[in-house]
Write a protein that binds this ligand. Structure first.
Ligand SMILES: [Zn+2]
Ligand SMILES: [Zn+2]
Length: 343
């Protein structure tokens, strides 16, 4: 199992979904920059044609959402990468609409929209009939398999790069059993097969039975056993206000120091240079852990990056952390490590 998206702030909603804070999009971005994030991914709840579902932006607001975020993407481009995505359910009726339109394909080809995340909050029972219309007892019984099947079918369509909170399928259950394990296994295997990322959702942990550690233990086991690829997972905030923004997975944490030292050792010839690099980094006047982390993560990838940053710091001994961050984010290979989109 591979954890991706480190140093990124992932899964952000906006005021448009009608159940989030009133803050402007820009406030989320600024907060992420303050925390030293290298990227922020917006994934507000997608509208559907006809505005048939609640708790999301209207169809008429979609264009504004994408446009506004792309303006901000440009504005903040030297400081942070802004990804523009949508969280959306897989509902087959909207793949084959009466007018011949495939709504998902339409979204996939929408300019300025970077990726789709599958967030299966309900499922379609038959055309136009949804799981939220089932009575309580039936939904409790049927929801895990209903949502699970929708996720598995959704992954196979190729529309989605990530699946949000897959373990939330089981939110109405209290005990883990064989049925849930089977559904989980099928979802995990499908994600590996189609190389789709699974999201470990931070907000799920706040609600009873929304987060299932059994699911993630199984994910680890299934991924280890897979002779195919390994499963990629990302940690997401599911933030509905700026107060919920935090760095779940710093790009570089103090625990990684050992790993970094190991890496430095590979370059025995240049050992002195390496030590001086670290010394220079530590003496940046307004430096901070998140900053060191970001720089080290960037240079770790290859020696050429290291040389460029090292030379910049040597030439500009007075450079502040923001100068160095700007220098790095202007490098052509700055976004090479980014994880999405696949389209
Ligand atoms: Zn929401
Ligand atoms: Zn969400």
């Amino acid at each position: 199992m591979e954890l991706i998206g480190q140093g990124e702030v992932f899964h952000i909603h906006t005021f448009r979904c009608r159940h989030a804070g009133e803050e402007k999009d820009e406030e989320y971005i600024k907060k992420a920059i303050d925390l030293g994030a290298s990227a922020i991914a917006f994934t507000d709840h997608a509208p559907f044609p006809g505005d048939v579902f609640r708790n999301r932006m209207l169809m008429a607001e979609l264009h504004e959402y994408v446009k506004t975020l792309n303006t901000l993407k440009k504005k903040f481009r030297t400081m942070i990468k802004v990804w523009v995505g949508l969280e959306i359910e897989y509902i087959p009726s909207f793949e084959h609409m009466e007018n011949g339109i495939n709504y998902y394909k339409q979204l996939k080809s929408m300019e300025g929209l970077d990726f789709l995340m599958l967030g299966q909050h309900m499922y379609e029972i038959e055309a136009g009939v949804y799981s939220f219309s089932l009575d309580k007892g039936t939904v409790k019984k049927m929801e895990p398999s209903g949502l699970g099947k929708a996720i598995i079918a959704g992954i196979a369509t190729g529309y989605f790069d990530v699946v949000a909170h897959p373990d939330r399928c089981f939110r109405r259950r209290k005990v883990w059993d064989e049925e849930l394990a089977d559904i989980s296994k099928a979802i995990i295997e499908q994600a590996i097969k189609y190389d789709v990322i699974l999201e470990q959702n931070e907000n799920s942990k706040k609600n009873k039975h929304h987060y299932w550690k059994e699911f993630w233990e199984l994910a680890e086991t299934v991924s280890d056993m897979s002779d195919n690829k390994s499963l990629r997972i990302i940690r997401g905030l599911d933030a509905h206000n700026t107060g919920e923004i935090s760095m779940l997975t710093p790009k570089y944490s103090l625990e990684d120091t050992e790993e970094f030292n190991e890496w430095l050792k590979q370059y025995e010839k240049e050992e002195e240079q390496d030590r001086e690099f670290v010394a220079r980094l530590n003496s940046v006047e307004d430096g901070y852990d998140g900053f060191n982390a970001a720089v080290l993560t960037y240079v770790k990838k290859n020696r050429n990056r290291f040389d460029r940053v090292y030379n910049y710091m040597k030439k500009n001994p007075q450079a502040l952390s923001s100068d160095i961050v700007e220098f790095i984010s202007n490098q052509d290979d700055f976004y090479d490590d980014a994880v999405y989109p696949k389209k």
